[in-house]
Design a protein around this ligand. Structure first.
Ligand code: IMP
Length: 200
């Protein structure tokens, strides 16, 4: 069986977030009809896996099983080396229901201070999984390495962008023009890999 995404086909984005679905649509160059799991009233699975790849596959498989259609899911986050990879797969959850990432960023700073850690190495990860309703699943992982800096800087982007400086740069993701961040980001790298694997 040839696992390919045929241009024009319908693709279920395993998210209830319309903003994320628009982003997926743009990263796939608008070649697919993207509908969300939310629009199809699919149930949301608990993210019970312990890795980005595991959670992306779990969400894609769940959406494919319930919709009967090819489904795409992502899972992403920031890992800090001195915190043993935290917040990692819990990145969104550290923001709490209020999505308060100013407080999540303070939590990272406080934990590093408590440990008297000097290593500021960190990385963003984006895992992308595409699942077919009859079982197969393809998964890729993109990563960008850098350091965390305090206090957070910059008004662009979202989440942990203001504290992350990618290797080879002086600006945080929060200070960069979105085009520059996009050219370097874990998510862009993951989509490039996915397109190379699944699109002719
Ligand atoms: P997900 O939607 O469950 O994958 O949650 C990912 C979380 O990781 C988001 O809520 C952000 O806090 C964080 N995150 C992922 N990618 C980025 C990024 O590019 N910039 C800043 N934060 C990110």
């Amino acid at each position: 069986m040839k696992l390919k995404l045929i241009k024009g086909m319908r693709l279920v984005a395993a998210t209830h977030n319309a903003g994320k679905a628009r982003e997926i649509d743009a990263l796939l160059d608008g070649h697919y009809t993207v509908v969300t799991a939310g629009e199809l009233n699919l149930p949301e699975p608990a993210e019970t896996e312990t890795t980005f790849v595991g959670n992306a596959m779990l969400k894609a498989r769940h959406a494919a099983q319930f919709s009967g259609e090819v489904s795409l899911a992502d899972d992403s986050g920031l890992s800090v080396a001195a915190l043993d990879g935290a917040p990692g797969i819990f990145s969104a959850r550290w923001g709490g229901p209020e999505r308060d990432f100013a407080s999540a960023m303070r939590k990272i700073e406080t934990r590093l201070e408590e440990l008297s850690a000097t290593d500021r190495s960190a990385w963003f990860t984006s895992a992308l999984a595409v699942a077919w309703p009859d079982g197969p699943c393809v998964v890729v992982e993109g990563r960008v390495d850098g350091v965390v800096t305090f206090p957070p800087r910059g008004e662009h982007g979202f989440g942990y962008d203001p504290l992350f400086i990618p290797d080879g740069h002086d600006l945080t993701f929060g200070e960069m023009m979105p085009e520059l961040k996009d050219s370097l980001s874990h998510r862009t790298r993951a989509f490039e890999m996915l397109k190379a694997a699944l699109i002719d």
